[in-house]
Design a binder for this molecule. Structure first.
Ligand code: FEO
Length: 394
C-alpha cells in the first residue's frame, strides 16, 4: 500500500487488510479492515501516530522507508491493543532512538503485552502538549473507548484529531478519505455497535469534551479519514443518545417448528400494528447485523425452544451478546416452546440483567402453539404497541 499525503507533512503510512474476516476470533469483518498509522513530520521532530497489526508490520516499515524517514523521534501510542501497537517492537528495532509517547496506563499495558522496556517510554498527562517544531500535539485522555487506557491525539495547527478506535470503521477501502456512502455508514455503525456501545456513558462524556476542539479532519486508526467530521460525530451522537426507535429485534431459533410458528405469527401481528420488526434467525445470523439492530430498537424479544433444561445455545449466545453490548433497549420479552419441562425464561432473564429493561410477560407454549398461545402473543403485541406509544414512538 502506498504512502499517501493527508496534508503537507502528514502521511498515511498504515496498511489495508482486505481479506481479514474475523477480529478477536469473534467479530465478523465483512468489509475487511485497515490499520491506519500516520507519519507527522515537523521542522524539528518526526512522529509516528500508532502502528499496525503485527501481520502488517513489514508494510509499515516499508512505508516509513518510502516516506524517507531516517530518524524517528516519537511513536505515539493512543491504545495498547495489538492491532495498533503490535508493530511498535519492530519500529523500535529499526529506529532505536525513538521513544514511545503514551499515558501511564497504556505504558503499563505495553510493557505487559509487548515487553517494551521502561526506558523506551515518555509518559504524558491528559492535556499535555508535545512539539515537533511548528506542529504541536495535544493528548486527550478518553478512557473506555474501548479499553481503560485509550486516548486521542490532536494536532493543533492542522486541526486533525487522531482518534485511534474512536470513530473507526472496519472498512477496507482504497480511498484515503471517506466517501460518506451508505456502506461506510453501516460499517461505522457496526463498529460502534460491537466495540463502542458498551461504553455509552464514557463516549457521551468524551463527545462533549471533543466538541470544544476545532476539528477539520478526523483520522481514525480503522477505515477512511473524515474530511467532514460531522458525518461521523453526528452519527455517534445519534447512536449514543438515549433515543430509541419503533423497532422490535426478534432473535429467534426453532428446532421442530413450534417456536418458528410463534415467531411468524408474532412478526405479522407487530407489522399489522405499525411496529417495525428486525428478525434474526440465529443459526444463520451474522452477529454484527444483530448488534447493529440493537443500537436503535426499543424492544428485544428472544425466541427459543427448550434444549435439555434451558434455552437453545444460539439463544443463550444472543442473550449473552446483547447483555455484553448494553444497548439502550427499553423492553424485553421471551417467547418459546417446550416439550416436558425446563427453565429457559429465568435463564434468559438472568442473562439480560445489564439491559435494565422492563420485562414484558413472556409467552411459552407446550409443544405446538395453540389458540390460547396465539391469544397471549396478541396480548404481548398489545403491550409492546402500548409501550412504544407511551414512549412517543408510535
Ligand atoms: Fe483497533 Fe481496540 O483496537
Amino acid at each position: 500500500m502506498p504512502v499517501r499525503e493527508i496534508k503537507p507533512g502528514i502521511y498515511h503510512v498504515g496498511a489495508i487488510d482486505w481479506d481479514r474476516r474475523l477480529f478477536d476470533e469473534l467479530i465478523p469483518l465483512p468489509e475487511g479492515t485497515t490499520y491506519n498509522a500516520y507519519l507527522v513530520k515537523g521542522k524539528e521532530k518526526t512522529a509516528l501516530v500508532d502502528t499496525v497489526d503485527p501481520a502488517k508490520e513489514q508494510e509499515l516499515l516499508d512505508n516509513l522507508k518510502e516516506a524517507g524517514v531516517e530518524k524517528l523521534d516519537y511513536i505515539i501510542a493512543n491504545h495498547a491493543e495489538q492491532d495498533h501497537s503490535g508493530a511498535i517492537g519492530r519500529v523500535l528495532e529499526r529506529y532505536p532512538d525513538a521513544r514511545v509517547v503514551t499515558n501511564e496506563k497504556c505504558k503499563n499495558f505495553l510493557k505487559d503485552l509487548l515487553l517494551i522496556p521502561d526506558e523506551k517510554f515518555i509518559v504524558v498527562k491528559d492535556g499535555e502538549d508535545l512539539s515537533l517544531g511548528e506542529k504541536t500535539f495535544s493528548f486527550v485522555f478518553t478512557p473506555w473507548v474501548h479499553w481503560p487506557e485509550t486516548m486521542v491525539t490532536y494536532l493543533k495547527e492542522d486541526k486533525i484529531l487522531f482518534s485511534c478506535d474512536f470513530f473507526g470503521s472496519h472498512f477496507a477501502t482504497s480511498s484515503l478519505f471517506a466517501d460518506e456512502s451508505g456502506r461506510l455508514y453501516e460499517s461505522a455503525k457496526r463498529y460502534y455497535a460491537e466495540i463502542m456501545m458498551p461504553f455509552r456513558t464514557s463516549i457521551r462524556k468524551h463527545l462533549e469534551r471533543l466538541s470544544n476542539f476545532d476539528i477539520d479532519i478526523i483520522a481514525p486508526s480503522h477505515g477512511p479519514v473524515y474530511k467532514n467530521p460531522s458525518f461521523t460525530i453526528d452519527a455517534y451522537r445519534e447512536w449514543n443518545s438515549d433515543d430509541v426507535k419503533n423497532e422490535v429485534v426478534i432473535a429467534h431459533v426453532s428446532m421442530h417448528g413450534s417456536t418458528g410458528k410463534m415467531v411468524d405469527y408474532f412478526i405479522a401481528a407487530l407489522m399489522k400494528r405499525g411496529v417495525q420488526v428486525k428478525p434474526f434467525n440465529l443459526p444463520g445470523t451474522d452477529i454484527g447485523e444483530l448488534a447493529i439492530a440493537l443500537v436503535d430498537a426499543a424492544t428485544l424479544v428472544i425466541a427459543t425452544p427448550m434444549v435439555l433444561s434451558g434455552a437453545h445455545p444460539q439463544a443463550v449466545y444472543a442473550a449473552f451478546l446483547a447483555n455484553a453490548l448494553r444497548p439502550k433497549t427499553r423492553f424485553i420479552s421471551i417467547i418459546g416452546s417446550y416439550g416436558w419441562g425446563g427453565k429457559f425464561v429465568e435463564q434468559l432473564k438472568g442473562l439480560l440483567g445489564n439491559l435494565r429493561a422492563e420485562v414484558l410477560e413472556p409467552v411459552i407454549a407446550r409443544g405446538h402453539p395453540k389458540k390460547e398461545d396465539f391469544r397471549k402473543l396478541e396480548a404481548l403485541v398489545d403491550t409492546i404497541v402500548e409501550k412504544h406509544k407511551n414512549s412517543g414512538l408510535l
